[in-house]
Design a protein around this ligand. Sequence first.
Ligand code: FMN
Length: 371
Amino acid sequence: MSSLFAPFRIGALRLANRIVIAPMCQYSAQAGSATDWHLIHLGHLALSGAALLIVEATAVSAEGRITATDLGLYNDDNEAALARVLTAVRTYSPIAIGMQLAHAGRKASSRAPWNGGAQVPRDEPGGWQAVAPSALPHAPGEEAPRALDADGIQRIRDDFAAAARRAARLGIDGVEIHAAHGYLLHQFLSPIANKRTDRYGGSLENRMRFPLEVFEVVRAAFPAEKPVWARISAVDWVPGGWDLEGTLALSQALKARGCAAIHVSSGGVSPQQKIQVGPGYQVPFAARVKAEVGLPTIAVGLITEAEQAEAIVASGQADAVSLARAMLYDPRWPWHAAARLGARVTAPRQYWRSQPREYKDLFDNAAFGAR
Ligand SMILES: Cc1cc2nc3c(=O)[nH]c(=O)nc-3n(C[C@H](O)[C@H](O)[C@H](O)COP(=O)(O)O)c2cc1C
């Protein structure tokens, strides 16, 4: 029996297996609204046999987008465009659909990666004034963000809540709050980006305050029977930055507020980070959160092989794995993993005839005949 293909639950959300498709920005929206690209992209990933598809970082306001072509969920047009995409995906796939709600903070107003990813000055097309906990740029030489005042903090909390209500109307199965990768909520957590002297800066408790407030308003705005969880960067990979001790404290505080899981990533707040990259390099962080906090964890980062994913779940280091690049490279990764591990996977009936002869029981409920 494969552990990777054993059913799992995040809160009350039932998942057919432990394979999650990580959120991946597509930089292909128009004024925050999903396009045909999202239909194609999410549509093909939804046929993969993974249990949960997390929609890319979805900005809660126009200013919270990383680039001018980021996906957003801050007005009726955005909501209608996503409704079209999600209706189509749901017609053909039983995959659970999560959405990552995000605000880029000082990493807003950027070019798409394929255009170099640099900051766009605020007076150039596609640029705007970014906001952050403190008026500190992400990298030397960049324009500084504007430090948020009390009204600005309140507005962003309201934006998260409003986006969560829209996600609920769209029938999203679970919300992931993006508190990782150096974006706004991570900027509040990290002493590298947060130099505030009010109740949102200084002590660990103060730095956690805004991310926890955001969690609370999102949790309250989203249906109680559906899970809300967080993606966090376990460490900054910079001396004096956010660390595992903070991650464990934050995870405990999130758990106390009804957080259903922690999706454990790392890094992103500083160009000075020195990441020790290798297969499964972030899995030990997920294992610590799981062991010490007792929340379900999703491990991510260079998980590329079926046996590797199986070992992570079977050994109890994490409850689920999420894959990003490997899913783009091979959108049938879960099919191939199921074949290697002797498990079964859901495939669309239109494709049942592709089941290889040597894997006669690969696809759930597969049947085909002809006269
Ligand atoms: C194209 C692309 C877009 C990404 N966009 C997001 C995103 O929207 N939100 C996020 O939290 N991480 C994002 N990431 C990071 C991935 O979710 C994942 O954490 C990272 O790629 C490591 O996993 P992997 O080794 O399986 O690719 C992105 C990664 C890629 C490759």
